[in-house]
Design a protein around this ligand. Sequence first.
Ligand SMILES: [Zn+2]
Length: 258
Amino acid sequence: MISLLRRLRRAFAPEPVHLDDAEWSRVVARVPWAAALDPARRERLRALVGRFLRDKAIVPAGDFAIDAHQAHVLAALCCLPVLEFGYGGLAGWSELILYPDTFRAHRSHFDEHTGVLTEGEEELAGEAWDRGPVILSWGDIEADLAEPDAGFNVAAHEIAHKLDVLDGVMDGTPPLPRDWQRKWARDFQAAYDALCEDLDHEREPAIDAYAASAPEEFFAVCTEYHFSAPQVLADAMPAVAAHLERFYGPSPFRSRAA
Ligand SMILES: [Zn+2]
């Protein structure tokens, strides 16, 4: 009976999309974080990517068009943050809307000579609320891929928001076992307060000042550092870095020098 059910389920459930070895190698070569994973985690990423491509619609905005390889790269970027959490971390949404150009303008600049902090426009991509789509721009993705250790990873940022909201509230805390959640909230709050304090006193922030705009942005920006510049995060906020290492697994860039 069980095997009959299983056979029926298999007959009706579409299989994950299979990327052949040559295409998977191209994806890995294009995504530095995937290339830096150990072989076991890279294989897990490949399996997640197949399910992502089966379940999520990647919708280019307007007359923008992307090819299959670009879709595979996007899938790999979106699946990286759920390597430890599992595929359930991508639940609750079904569309990735892709704009052609860079619209992420919140990369702030702190001038240490004048003490002036320049902030860009509000983050237009930060609408990853509830059941809405994930919105990314290919321009941002390309910028991240070109400079993977610069502290930015916009795809990880948006997926962090989606993980955050899985428990129904976007507050900088994803669903966690109760004990861990308490420690997470305490350590994140302390680091967030310290960052706000630095900015209030016109001290150069250790991470992108955009993180100070709200607790959920703090979590999302720290997520970017976890993947892109883990040493910066570990030096500045060791407790936060340790939580993220447990939540996301070791950063693919962990062994790199800062
Ligand atoms: Zn955000």
